[in-house]
Design a protein around this ligand. Sequence first.
Ligand code: GLP
Length: 250
Amino acid sequence: MRIYQESDYQEMSRRAAGIIAAELVRKPECVLGLATGSTPVGTYKLLVEGNRRGDFSFKKVTTVNLDEYKGLAPDHEQSYRFFMQDNLFNSIDVVPERTNVPDGLAQNAEAECARYDALVESLGYADLQLLGLGRNGHIGFNEPGESFVKPTHVVDLTESTIEANARFFASPDEVPRQALTMGVGVIMAARRVLLIASGEDKSEALYQAVCGPITPQCPASILQLHRDVVIVADTAALEKVAAAGVSVCG
Ligand code: GLP
């Protein structure tokens, strides 16, 4: 696990975008695992700028997103498909047919999860999987629970996640109660994982993920078993990790 400490959100975004850009140069036909939430917005902005400058291209890239709310249409402003179109896909040279997000409207959500797993497997899994971090230690929408769930599955969102995500909706009642998410097995199958975190409200979750026991109570803690994880976080998010004496770069 390599940890980069950056001074603030902008520097975190710059470092993360630099790592993704390097992957695009290393392997132009790579499979990129992408995430949503407020944390990657700055990273995506920098990737759009770099793509416009011609520093790298997404023309041969295939993308696989982590998750989607169950019941939200792709054109719903809070769906993760909409988020990806708005923050990245509409502004880069990616081939639209090679962007993949689970279908939140699928009649049979379990069948959609199986289809998504087969798709990601057929692509050989992500070369680089970007992850945000939930305040309760979730990755994708893998919530704290009794066991790590390996495949893509339908999940009941916890109250803390519904509350955290309510800021994007007109009222907490509008936040979907379920989502489709890549399981931790699919995330762990990625060749490299890039986890980004910003702000002091991620400090405890990041500490548990890096220094705590490997437990499904903190889904991100399973990353301790991955052989190639890069964490890019700002000073506020790394406060507890740094206080524990864990060595960081940058
Ligand atoms: C959501 C997403 C996660 C994301 C998390 C943190 O629950 N499903 O993939 O990492 O929120 O979001 P934020 O970056 O806004 O703190």
